[in-house]
Design a protein around this ligand. Sequence first.
Ligand SMILES: *[C@@H]1O[C@H](CO)[C@@H](O)[C@H](O)[C@H]1NC(C)=O
Ligand SMILES: *[C@@H]1O[C@H](CO)[C@@H](O)[C@H](O)[C@H]1NC(C)=O
Length: 435
Amino acid sequence: MVLDLRTPSVDGAAIKTPIVESETTVCLQLAHFLDDRQTAVTFFIMKYYACVVACWALLAVVGRATPAKIEGLEQTQEIGDVNDREPRLFFQFFTITPDSCTTNINTQGICYSATDCKNLGGTASGSCAVGFGVCCTFSRSCESSTNVSQTLFQNPGYPAATTTVLDACRLKVYPVNSNICQIRLDLTDFSFPQPDIEGECVTDFLQVIGGVTNTPLICGENFGQHLYVDVSPDFGSVTINVVASAPGAKWNISVTQIECNSENRAPAGCLQYFTNTKGTIKSFNYDATTFPNSTPPTATTQLASQVYGVCIKPQSGFCSVSYKKTSGLVNDYTFSTTGDASIYPPGDPLPGKAGSADCTTDYLMILGGTITDANYVVISADRYCGFNFPSKVETSVQPFVLYVVTDAQETTYADSQLIDGPNVGFSVDYRMQAC
Ligand SMILES: *[C@@H]1O[C@H](CO)[C@@H](O)[C@H](O)[C@H]1NC(C)=O
Ligand SMILES: *[C@@H]1O[C@H](CO)[C@@H](O)[C@H](O)[C@H]1NC(C)=O
């Protein structure tokens, strides 16, 4: 990590090679910055590298006097003989670490030097690392790639919807380092056409290719939903692909790389991960239906062929979790996974089903689930389906996972053979309960 003063070219602006690979010296940046602006400092010093040396010496002195770490700046030291206790006046400098930062418009960005931000294809907004870095955001659209920790993947023309057919619109995600175990997709905005009459996302969908586990195809209305994709730390790339057979799709997806030792990492195999002590879990495309709904559904908005786990982060002091339907009403058609609710006239209570004998095609599974009935009798059931969900299902089986299962046989019209019909899916509120 020794700065070789012979390498700078005659034209200071041409210095591009970072002294330490993938790190940027603040001094070079500073000199560059001052040089660009023809400030009084450079006017007097005249020589670009003289400015670098001056800055370097200053930082080294400051570094010795105040060894405390400045947030966002990391002290880098020469790797030398451990017995060498001489102060390394000229062999200390600071580098900018790519931590998260807040942009001028209050969104999340990554701290980079201005040059790195530009070279990586980002947009600078606001400063970070005590003014030495810029808060950099990355937006990508079709047929692009990224190798930074956070990227927005948007449809062409976003926030307007697409105006063309997209046979493929791919974002290739390359690992930012060799310690990435997951990729999280936050569907900040997501409005796609509805699935076909069997609930399958066939012509328009979001797909993730290259993860360790399969990610279901997603279509319809999924604003606010999220997905985790497990990757092996040495993964080459993961492709996020959108296929849209007609204009009118819209998406803004935040793609975040999660390090293996990050506390934000979900347990392996969880498609969704909730970290608060309470929250709402909805099936994909649940928001296609407007609630409260006083009439039976007429189209299947529940997506077919979905098998996944929704995990809830364990918290100390909490030993169990309870689930209830988000709407408290028994007659509002806000929950349906199987059957045809239209046989129940509006206003009638809608029956739910529980147990593995009754729920075999589309259901929620809660291992160790118990319901307390009106006579305070405790009933155990792992599976829940039909047109309703019990007023409360509790479990103390850890890890806390809500499994979602739908088969490939949804139908828009009641089908006597399949005994299925238009279903809306589910929305349940979970709450962790103290020990
Ligand atoms: C896209 O999503 C990001 C992340 O949530 C958000 O900060 C940004 O404002 C969104 N873009 C638009 C144009 O709404
Ligand atoms: C990341 O992407 C940028 C822009 O495409 C490229 O210049 C750079 O070499 C890539 N870095 C790595 C580590 O792959």
